[in-house]
Design a protein around this ligand. Structure first.
Ligand SMILES: [Zn+2]
Length: 150
């Protein structure tokens, strides 16, 4: 579902302008995520170098000890259960908008299920559509205000 159409319905922006603005916002978000990932890698490298300088062997991250540690399930499932308990998206770890997923992954799950079941009708007032439109509106607002006024 195109959030752009929903936004265009609620604002006086044209569909093409809305599409452009949403695309710009998505580009910015992608750039930010890339920078965040790069800084994490640099951080880990620095930590390893510092440890190596001290002459200590590189250690593994200590094993997480919690109620999920001994469960006979995969590491992936444990990750999901831990995120679920923290009310975070079980895919990306962002704060959850619904019970299991952030807005982005809730929309992805909806579209995946629609495709699988061959649905044609869209219930555009359901939560994922509203969350989607709200998130896109937030991006737009940020674009209009510019980075200095956030
Ligand atoms: Zn997510």
């Amino acid at each position: 579902m195109k959030a752009t159409r929903i936004i265009a319905k609620f604002t006086d922006l044209s569909v093409s302008n809305t599409r452009k603005a949403v695309a710009q916002a998505a580009k910015r978000a992608a750039k930010k995520a890339k920078a965040r990932a790069a800084s994490k890698v640099a951080e880990r490298k620095a930590r390893q170098e510092a440890l190596a300088k001290l002459g200590q062997p590189l250690k593994r991250r200590p094993r997480i000890q919690d109620e999920f540690t001994g469960l006979p399930v995969s590491r992936q499932r444990k990750y999901q259960l831990r995120k679920l308990k923290e009310r975070r998206c079980i895919i990306c770890g962002e704060p959850a908008a619904l019970s299991h997923y952030c807005t982005r992954h809730a929309v992805a799950a909806r579209e995946r299920q629609r495709a699988g079941k061959g649905r044609a009708r869209r219930y555009t007032n359901s939560r994922t559509y509203r969350l989607e439109a709200f998130a896109a509106l937030e991006d737009l607002t940020r674009l209009h205000l510019g980075p200095a006024n956030q």
